[in-house]
Design a protein around this ligand. Structure first.
Ligand code: KIV
Length: 283
């Protein structure tokens, strides 16, 4: 696919109908966004995982609207052609529908996102409906939902029992009826993802939810081996950059200590004849 083509929801749907899989990354800044677009990624989500991965907090609850908008703007500048999703942070959509519309609108108007994502099923149906009515494309998020998991402590795979699996399928259908344009499933058994893919007609993207989904999303810093705290079971690391980065910084520190950096080629000379003049002037 042409990297200069803007990836819209229609392009994503067409890819799926042509039997292709959708690639998505969660990332938060300009340089990585530019590299991801250059590499040919279909979609980027500016996840509230930024609070943990970029800011070092223990949960995603500390992400706020201003933080998320700034990151969304930076990512948009780096990757203007991907399908860009802004992740609505904790308490940006829960208090009232009006709050949700105002904050979702900021992602579109100020962040130039193509869609917003929010977590939850039955409890957010009215909100989803209102956002869609306000012409804001919404991505749903079911399964392990980190914002509520940070409160309930349920950081584990969801839908592993028949009844909870059926609940997930029902919530996915309700979200689709409420108008979501895409669904992210986090830490759900592949059997359940497969059923949801069969019953829905929108793109279903997995994060730790198996190959039956139309596409996959992972956090960029996880696949690059940069995030130092923990790696979820479902992550495949495509690089181990942490030691490489540490070694580069150590080499820099060593060169400064030894006086081998900066070398001649890293310095500026005065214009011809000016040096002598300068020395005379400061005598
Ligand atoms: O914040 C995040 O990284 C997410 C993932 C589901 C992509 O929401």
């Amino acid at each position: 696919m042409d990297k200069n083509e803007k990836i819209t929801l229609e392009v994503i749907q067409n890819k799926i109908h042509a039997g292709q899989r959708i690639s998505m990354l969660a990332l938060y800044d300009y340089p990585f966004a530019a590299l991801a677009q250059q590499a040919g990624i279909d979609s980027i989500i500016v996840g509230d995982s930024a609070a943990m991965v970029n800011y070092g907090y223990d949960s995603t609850l500390q992400a706020d609207m201003d933080m998320m908008i700034r990151h969304t703007q930076a990512v948009k500048r780096g990757a203007p052609n991907v399908f860009l999703i802004g992740d609505m942070p904790f308490m940006s959509y829960q208090p009232t529908i009006e709050t949700a519309i105002r904050n979702a609108g900021r992602f579109i108007a100020e962040g130039h996102a193509d869609a917003v994502k929010l977590e939850g099923g039955t409890t957010v149906l009215d909100t989803v409906h209102a956002l869609v009515k306000a012409t804001i494309p919404v991505v749903g998020h079911l399964g392990l939902t980190p914002q509520s998991a940070a409160i309930t402590g349920k950081f584990k795979a969801q839908g592993r029992q028949a009844q909870s699996a059926v609940d997930l399928v029902n919530q996915a259908r309700q979200l689709e009826q409420a108008g979501i344009c895409m669904l992210i499933l986090e830490c759900v058994p592949n059997t359940v993802s497969e059923a949801i893919v069969q019953k829905l007609s929108i793109p279903v993207i997995s994060i730790g939810s198996g190959p039956a989904c139309h596409g996959q999303v992972l956090v960029l810093f996880d696949i690059l081996g940069i995030y130092p705290r923990f790696t979820p079971k479902f992550v495949r690391k495509y690089a181990q950059l942490a030691p490489t980065i540490t070694q580069a910084i150590q080499a820099y520190i060593r060169d400064i200590a030894q006086g081998t950096y900066p070398a001649q080629e890293h310095t500026y000379a005065m214009k011809p004849g000016e040096e002598e003049e300068f020395r005379k002037m400061i005598e």
